[in-house]
Write a protein that binds this ligand. Sequence first.
Ligand SMILES: [Fe+2]
Ligand SMILES: [Fe+2]
Length: 298
Amino acid sequence: MARIAHLSDIHFGAHDPKIVAATEAWLQQHQPELVIVSGDFTQRAKRDQFRAAAAWLNRLRAAGMKLLVIPGNHDVPLYDLLRRFSAPLRRYKRYISNDLCPFYEDDAVAILGLNTARSLTIKDGRINHDQMRILRDRFASVAPDKTRILVTHHPLFAMPIGRGGELSEAVGRHEDAIRAARAAGIHIALAGHFHRTYAETAQKMVAHAGGALVIQAGTATSTRLRNAEPQSFNWLHVHRHDSIELQVVVWDGAGFRRGHHVAYSRTENAWTAQPIIDSAAMPGIRIAQQAQGSGSDP
Ligand SMILES: [Fe+2]
Ligand SMILES: [Fe+2]
């Protein structure tokens, strides 16, 4: 089994220091096999913000944690046009990671991160054809019994982001990206960017998307919230390639508490959700908006 903490949208520069400290305490206590951070380490890609993000990552590393990280659109300078177009990710590479296609593999999972942040778009993301080739190649030799996970900052799919279910933009070239993810046999697609936790089967978003489960993380530590959804991150247990559990870990104003909890099982080419009733779980935000399968949400 792999236990993975998926955090996103840290936004040093628009962060709450006590929530940052609480992420460290929670992760040190629970010791995941891997911590994934799916971008937006900084608010404005400033040197001080990157230094603070690097120090946070170094404290996690010093506590024995393995990390898989990718940049987000906020890690590309917005107003410094020279830097934005000449060396958009120079500071990210210097302070956070040189590797823009990080790959992690153990007995249970194979995980690839791809950078979707671009200079030419302010906030929308894109996947290019080289990355799609990397996606196919990286998973070509992975054993079939491992869970294959793709991590991007911008989700591959249009997401419901408003209170009324309004849809976001999908990542650029998303039709090609979805085809590549399907060809690579991706089981789970992790992303962030919208500061909203969410989980849904890809097929519900795009009919020909294949059998992936799409999981979005909220913002872990930013003070910029969407729809007043509190800070959160996702706690993922991969039991087998056809069985996982997902629980949102939510900031309650004083500490992180476990919240909505869902078990997913995969048969043939589709995931079905089964809510897990946890009387101690924090009510409020839900990771699965339209849980499928038998049973009803608590
Ligand atoms: Fe963000
Ligand atoms: Fe973002």
